[in-house]
Design a protein around this ligand. Structure first.
Ligand SMILES: C[S@@+](CC[C@H](N)C(=O)[O-])C[C@H]1O[C@@H](n2cnc3c(N)ncnc32)[C@H](O)[C@@H]1O
Length: 254
C-alpha cells in the first residue's frame, strides 16, 4: 500500500472547517491518494424508477407508510456490482422493516442487524402525521421480519449505546445503512460509530442527505464533514439530494 503524503493535524482541521462552512473548493489532494470523492451534489431530478421485479416486494407486509420505494431504483443501480460481496448488513433505523425487506431480498445470503429503539424520531414521528402510526411499530416490524427470522438480528436500543456495543464486540459489516435520527449531531455520532464497524471495502449509505436543505442542524453538514474527515480512506460512489453511498478504502496516508 502506498504511504502517500501524510496530512498534518492543521490540514485536517482546515478541511473540516471548510466542510462546515460549505466552501466549494476542494482541499489540496496528495499525489497518489487514488480516486477522490466528487464535490458537487448531483441533484436527483427524477430518482431511478422502481424496477418491475420489486413492485410486489412488500405485498402482505404490515406497513402504514411508504418510506423506501423511491430509494430502490438507486440502491439497485449502485449496489448491483457489490451483490455477491455483501454478507453482513447493519441498518440504523428500521421502522416497520420496509428497507430491511429489500436488503434481505436483494442480498439473499446476507445476515441483517436492525438497530432501532422503535420510539420514532422526536422531530419526525411525534407530530400529527406519524403519531398515530407510532404505536405498534415494533410489532409490525416483528411481523414483517418473521419470514426471515433466521437471518435477522433485532437490537432494540438507542443507536449510540447499540453501536458502541457492536464495536466492543468487534463486529464488522459489509454494508451499513444510516437512517435513524436525522439531526446533525446524531448523524455524526452514528457515522463515527458505524465507521468503526464497517469492513474495509464495505459500503456506508446515508439516507436523507439533503433533508432540511442548507439547515446546519440537518444531515448534510454532518455527512459532508464526516466524508472530509475520512478523506484518506473513503471514496464516494454516489451522491444525490436523497442519499450518499461511500466505500471504505485502505487508509492511504498512515
Ligand atoms: C426513517 S425511519 C427508518 C425507515 C426505514 N429505514 C425504512 O426505510 O423502512 C427512522 C427510524 O429510526 C429510529 N430512530 C430514530 N432515532 C434513533 C436513534 N437515535 N437510535 C435508534 N433508532 C432511532 C426510529 O424509531 C425510526 O424507526
Amino acid at each position: 500500500m502506498s504511504t502517500g503524503q501524510a496530512l498534518s493535524i492543521a490540514d485536517r482541521i482546515d478541511r473540516v472547517k471548510r466542510a462546515l462552512l460549505g466552501r466549494s473548493e476542494p482541499p489540496p489532494v496528495a499525489k497518489d491518494q487514488g480516486p477522490q470523492p466528487p464535490h458537487a451534489v448531483a441533484k436527483e431530478q427524477s430518482p431511478e424508477p422502481l424496477p418491475a421485479e420489486y413492485m410486489h416486494l412488500w405485498d402482505g407486509k404490515r406497513l402504514t407508510h411508504d418510506m423506501t420505494r423511491s430509494r430502490i431504483g438507486t440502491w439497485v443501480k449502485v449496489l448491483t456490482p457489490y451483490r455477491s460481496a455483501v454478507h453482513s448488513i447493519l441498518e440504523i433505523g428500521s421502522w416497520e422493516g420496509q428497507s430491511a425487506t429489500f436488503w434481505l431480498d436483494f442480498f439473499p445470503d446476507c445476515r441483517l442487524t436492525c438497530l432501532d429503539h422503535f420510539q420514532g424520531s422526536p422531530k419526525e414521528h411525534h407530530g400529527t402525521e406519524f403519531a398515530s402510526r407510532l404505536p405498534g411499530v415494533e410489532e409490525r416490524f416483528d411481523l414483517n421480519m418473521r419470514p426471515y427470522a433466521n437471518r435477522v438480528e433485532k437490537i432494540k436500543s438507542h443507536s449510540t449505546p447499540g453501536l458502541n456495543a457492536l464495536k466492543m464486540q468487534k463486529r464488522k459489516f459489509d454494508l451499513i445503512y444510516v437512517d435513524g435520527n436525522h439531526e446533525r449531531d446524531e448523524v455524526m455520532l452514528d457515522s463515527i460509530l458505524s465507521w468503526q464497524c464497517l469492513s474495509v471495502g464495505g459500503i456506508i449509505i446515508w439516507d436523507d442527505y439533503d433533508m432540511g436543505g442548507e439547515d446546519p442542524d440537518k444531515p448534510r453538514s454532518a455527512i459532508d464533514m464526516f466524508i472530509a474527515l475520512q478523506r484518506d480512506e473513503i471514496t464516494v460512489l454516489h451522491k444525490s439530494s436523497e442519499q450518499v453511498f461511500a466505500r471504505r478504502l485502505e487508509r492511504r496516508d498512515t
